[in-house]
Design a protein around this ligand. Structure first.
Ligand SMILES: Cc1cc2nc3c(=O)[nH]c(=O)nc-3n(C[C@H](O)[C@H](O)[C@H](O)COP(=O)(O)OP(=O)(O)OC[C@H]3O[C@@H](n4cnc5c(N)ncnc54)[C@H](O)[C@@H]3O)c2cc1C
Length: 437
C-alpha cells in the first residue's frame, strides 16, 4: 500500500482479518485530515488535532508493517517499488498516493504563493498570515501597510472559499483588540476564481449563496479572472494589478510524480486511468484508489470526484476485493470482479464563522444548520477519538469567544523582526517569543 491517506487507510482496514502481510508506505509518518487543513493554516486548530501517526492508526492491526519512506518508482513488470536506495518486491499493489497542487506551468510562483496540501504547507501559511499582521503593526508607510494587510486567495473551490472566510474572521474579529497601532479590520481579502462561479463542484444555489455570504463579510470575489503574473509586491489578475504581500494558492491539482514512473495511461493531470475494478487495465494485481485514480462510476457513468468520499469508497471497495480473493486464494482477473459505483453523499463548504453551504440528498441549503451538519460530518470522519474530542472542544470555544488558540509563529523570523525593532520609538519595547507547536 503506497499512501496512508483516506484511500489507503480504508483499503488496509478491510484486510484486518486476511491472511497476508500488508506494508503501508508513506513519505509522512502521519495521516492528515485534509478538509480541515485550512483551520490549521488559519490558527483555529493545532496540527496534531487533524493528523494521526499512521503507525498508531494500525497499532492493533497486526498484519500491518508501517514504513516511512518515499516511493520514487514502481516497476509493474518486475513487481517492484523503489524506496530511496531500496527495492521492495510486492505480490499485490495498491497505489493511494493522491495528488498535489499545480501552478499550471508557473512553478516560479510556488515560493510566493504557497499551496495547501500538507501540515507543513498549513504551518507555512499560518506563519505568513500571522507575520503579515505583526509587520503591519509597525509599518509606518501606509501603502506598504495596505499591501501587508492584503490577502489574495487564488482558486474558488472549497479550500479557497474556506480560507478566504477564515482570513476575514481573523482580521475582523479574532485579533483587532490584540493590536495597538494597526487596524486589522481594514485588511482586504480577495478571492480570485477563473470559472464563472465559486464552488464549481457544487450546485448553482450553493455557489450563489457562498458568493453573497463572502461579499457580505467584506471579501472581494473576482470571477472569470485568471492570475497571469506575480512579483514581490503584487498579483496580476485579469487586467488588474493588486498590490499584495500575501498570496495563497488553492487552484489546480496534479498527480504525484510517482504516477509518471508507471508507464500506463494517464489523464491531463497525470492521474492514472483504471478499469471498473479500480485495477490498471492489463495489471489485475495493481490497484489505484482515491485522488490518484481516474475512475468512472458504474452506476451513472460519471467520473468519481477527487473528494474524501471518493477515496474512502474506492479504498474500501478494493480492500474488500483483496480480502475476498485472498480468502478463496482465487486467481485474479479483471472480469470476475465487481465494478465500482460511487455513492454521492453530498458536498459542503464553510463560510466564515458558523455558516456553510451544503448540497445533500438533492437539496441545497445555507446558513447555521448547514454549518452544524458540516461540523458533525467532519468530526465523524476524523481519525482518532482524541482528535474528535479536541476539535469539538476547540470549535465550541471559538464559537463562544471568537478565539483562535493556535496563533503561534514558528520558525526563523528572518529580517522581519529587525525591521520592526528599528521602527520602535524610544518608549516602546518588544519581546518576541518563539514557540514550538
Ligand atoms: C486543503 C484541502 C481541502 C479539502 N477539502 C475537502 C472537503 O472539504 N471535502 C472532501 O470531500 N474532500 C476534500 N479534500 C479532498 C480530500 O482530502 C482528498 O480527496 C482525499 O484526501 C484523497 O485521499 P487519497 O487517499 O487519495 O490521498 P491523500 O489523502 O492525499 O493521501 C495520499 C498519501 O500518500 C502519501 N504519498 C504521496 N506520494 C507518496 C510517495 N511517492 N511515496 C509514499 N507516500 C506518498 C502522502 O504523504 C499521503 O499521506 C480536500 C483536499 C485538500 C488538499
Amino acid at each position: 500500500m503506497v499512501g496512508g491517506g483516506f484511500g489507503g487507510i480504508h483499503a488496509v482496514s478491510e484486510l484486518r482479518r486476511s491472511d497476508c502481510d500488508v506494508m503501508v508506505i508513506d513519505r509522512k509518518n502521519h495521516h492528515v485530515f485534509q478538509p480541515l487543513l485550512y483551520q490549521v493554516a488559519t490558527a483555529a486548530l493545532a496540527p496534531s488535532d487533524i493528523a494521526s501517526p499512521i503507525r498508531a492508526v494500525f497499532s492493533r492491526q497486526e498484519n500491518v508493517q508501517t514504513v516511512l519512506g518515499e516511493v520514487t518508482a514502481a516497476n509493474l513488470e518486475e513487481r517492484t517499488l523503489t524506496i530511496g536506495s531500496d527495492v521492495v518486491e510486492y505480490d499485490l499493489l495498491v497505489l493511494a498516493a493522491g495528488v498535489t497542487h499545480t501552478y499550471f506551468g508557473n512553478d516560479a510562483w510556488a515560493p510566493r504563493a504557497p499551496g495547501l496540501k500538507t501540515i507543513d504547507d498549513a504551518l507555512e501559511i499560518r506563519r505568513r498570515v500571522l507575520l503579515a499582521f505583526e509587520r503591519a503593526e509597525f509599518e509606518p508607510d501606509a501603502e506598504r501597510r495596505a499591501r501587508l494587510l492584503t490577502f489574495v486567495v487564488v482558486g474558488g473551490g472549497p479550500t479557497g472559499v474556506e480560507m478566504a472566510g477564515a482570513l476575514r474572521e481573523i482580521a475582523a474579529r479574532t485579533i483587532p483588540q490584540d493590536f495597538r497601532r494597526v487596524d486589522t479590520t481594514s485588511s482586504r481579502i480577495i478571492l480570485v476564481e477563473g470559472a464563472d462561479r465559486l464552488l464549481p463542484g457544487m450546485s448553482e444555489t450553493a455557489s450563489t449563496a457562498a458568493k453573497s455570504a463572502l461579499e457580505r463579510m467584506g471579501i472581494d470575489v473576482y470571477l472569470k479572472t485568471f492570475v497571469t503574473r506575480m512579483d514581490a509586491h503584487a498579483v496580476y489578475a485579469g487586467d488588474q494589478r493588486i498590490p499584495a504581500e500575501n498570496v495563497i494558492w488553492a487552484a489546480g491539482v496534479r498527480a504525484v510524480d510517482l504516477a509518471d514512473s508507471l508507464g500506463v495511461e494517464q489523464d491531463r493531470q497525470g492521474r492514472i486511468v483504471v478499469g471498473p475494478d479500480c485495477a490498471i487495465p492489463g495489471y489485475p494485481d495493481v490497484f489505484v484508489v482515491g485522488d490518484l485514480a481516474v475512475q468512472t462510476s458504474a452506476n451513472d457513468g460519471t467520473e468519481v470526484p477527487g473528494v474524501a468520499q471518493g477515496a474512502i469508497q474506492m479504498g474500501a471497495f478494493v480492500g474488500e476485493i483483496l480480502a475476498r480473493e485472498l480468502r478463496r486464494d482465487a486467481p485474479t482477473s479483471h472480469e470476475r470482479r465487481p465494478a465500482f459505483s460511487y455513492r454521492d453523499k453530498g458536498a459542503m463548504a464553510t463560510i466564515g464563522r458558523a455558516r456553510a453551504v451544503a448540497d445533500v440528498a438533492g437539496a441545497s441549503f445555507a446558513g447555521f444548520f448547514a454549518w452544524l451538519l458540516w461540523s458533525f460530518v467532519h468530526v465523524a470522519f476524523l481519525i482518532g477519538f482524541r482528535n474528535k474530542v479536541l476539535v469539538m472542544i476547540n470549535w465550541t470555544w471559538q464559537w463562544l469567544i471568537h478565539a483562535r488558540g493556535s496563533r503561534l509563529i514558528t520558525g526563523a523570523l528572518g529580517s522581519h523582526v529587525g525591521g520592526v525593532d528599528a521602527r520602535l520609538d524610544a518608549h516602546d519595547s518588544m519581546h518576541v517569543h518563539q514557540f514550538e507547536d
